[in-house]
Structures are given as C-alpha cells and as structure tokens.
Ligand binder design. Structure first.
Ligand code: IPD
Ligand code: CA
Ligand code: CA
Length: 260
C-alpha cells in the first residue's frame, strides 16, 4: 500500500537525520549561491528513502532534490526533500523535516512531512483530510491580514524583482503584522495547516519543498495558489498558502491593490 511505504520511507529518512544531528564532523558542501548547503545527512536520508520506495515500487518515477529525476514510464511520482531546512539542521536547530509527496497522473494524492526532533508527523491523503500525529487538523479562523501571524522564506540567491521577497516582507512588517521565518518551507506549510500561521508566502520554491505540504494545507481546509491567485502547481516557484479567509486580502496586499 502506498501509504505504508510512504510512512516507512519517511521514517527511514528521519533515522538518518537523527543519526547525523549535532555531529561536529558533519560533512557539508555548498551548492549554487551562497550558503546553499548540502550535508552528508541529506545524501544518506535521500538514499534510505529511495531504497525504501524502490524496494516496494521499483518502476515508480522519483524526483528528489539531490539526485534529481529517476525517470520511468510510471504514472506515480514520488517527490522527495530528504531534509527541508538544511541550514537549520546543520546549525543544530531542530526545525527541519523529511518531506515526501506522492503524485498520481499529475495529481498530488499523498503527502507526509515529519520533523523527528519535535516528533511532529503531518500526513494528508487527497479527499481524506490532514492529520498531525494522527489527530485531524484544521486551518485557523482569523479573517484579516492585520490580525494574522504570517511566515515567509527567502531564496539563497536574492531575487530583485517588483514585489520581491523583501518588499512584501517590509509592507507587512511596517504595519506591525508578525511575519516569521522558520527556514523550512514544508514546516511553514504544515504550520498553516495546523492553524499556527494564517498564511505563508514565498517567491522561489521547488517541487520538493512544497509537494507534500501544499496537499496538507488543502486537506486541512486551506487554500494554496501561485502569487496571482491561480491554481497552484508545485512545478512553478511562487506560492501563497493561507487559511482561505485571508487569501484574497493577502494577494491584494502583495500586489499593492490594498494598503493595510
Ligand atoms: C529551503 C527551505 C527554506 C526556503 C528555501 C528552500 P532546503 O529548502 O525550505 O525555508 O526558504 O527556499 O530552498 O534547502 O533547506 O531543502
Ligand atoms: Ca527544501
Ligand atoms: Ca533539502
């Protein structure tokens, strides 16, 4: 069963995260940009996850951050971020996770995000709701941006563009709206799903950052779009995820159609 394999794969990855955490000799190398790290724990977790999936479903398609695509003809694709929040992880900050989404015929059908350090397992199945450690979760009920607690993230290479990451951040901060920066997009999404944040926005994300988390938000009753309000696809970069109730207002603020 897909869900059982998903849970096994997440645990196999998490075991590697626990193993290397706070290891003084952790091997770190840099990818494109400044401080865009990958560690030996990312590689070990990724291998453990893929081995687990391939043992059950050798013909399934894989898209994973560090190895890229393992292309097959299968309609089922596993989208993997072995560690989302690598900078946190390598700094000994226990805010990071394994994130795995399962897409079937272009539709996300399952998603799991697990932070083994605070033992939070978020899970969603298309049409069946979202859970945190087996308890149903729901987005918050707040209705205005001004009274929201938001979260965002910034790319490793700064994007200079109209309404870019810092401009949107500034608009909200200047009006006193709390905007947090956790350092893991998958956790940001799950914390919207759990009602801890009213909304999350980010300008440059990849499919592995969001595949599981966006399904978890939708299944918790929230709304996820691109920054123009169009249906979200994990294969484009910009994302706005909210409790639904502040969604249009947040888009209006981002695009300067509304002053707070
Ligand atoms: C990063 C985190 C971060 C986000 C970056 C991502 P990584 O993923 O999700 O919160 O702001 O855009 O690249 O590199 O830790 O897997
Ligand atoms: Ca990531
Ligand atoms: Ca990663």
């Amino acid at each position: 069963m897909l869900k059982t394999t998903l849970l096994h794969a997440v645990e196999a990855g998490a075991k590697q995260l626990r193993h290397f955490f706070n290891n003084d000799d952790l091997k770190i190398s840099n990818k494109e940009g400044i401080n865009n790290w990958v560690t030996e724990a990312d590689h070990a977790a990724e291998k453990a996850i893929i081995d687990c999936i391939k043992a059950q479903y050798p013909d399934h398609f894989i898209l994973s951050e560090e190895v890229g695509e393992i292309i097959t003809n299968s309609d089922t694709k596993w989208i993997i971020d072995p560690i989302d929040g690598t900078i946190n992880y390598a700094s000994g900050i226990p805010l990071c996770c394994v994130s795995i989404g399962v897409e079937h015929k272009g539709q996300m059908i399952l998603g799991a995000v697990y932070n083994p350090f605070i033992n939070e397992m978020f899970l969603a199945e298309k049409g069946k709701g979202a859970t945190l450690n087996d308890k149903k979760i729901h987005v918050s009920k707040k209705t205005s941006v001004l009274h929201s607690c938001l979260v965002t993230g910034f790319p490793y290479t700064y994007l200079d563009m109209p309404n870019g990451p810092l401009q949107v951040f500034e608009k909200l901060i200047r009006k006193g709206v709390p905007v947090r920066r956790i350092g893991s997009a998958a956790i940001d999404l799950c914390w919207v799903a759990a009602g801890r944040f009213e909304g999350f926005f980010e300008h440059s994300l990849s499919a592995w950052d969001t595949a599981a988390g966006y399904l978890i938000v939708e299944e918790a009753g929230g709304k996820v779009t691109d920054m123009d309000g169009n249906k979200y696809s994990p294969y484009q970069k910009k994302l706005v995820a909210t409790n639904g109730l502040i969604h249009d207002e947040l888009l209006d603020v981002i695009h300067n159609r509304k002053q707070l």
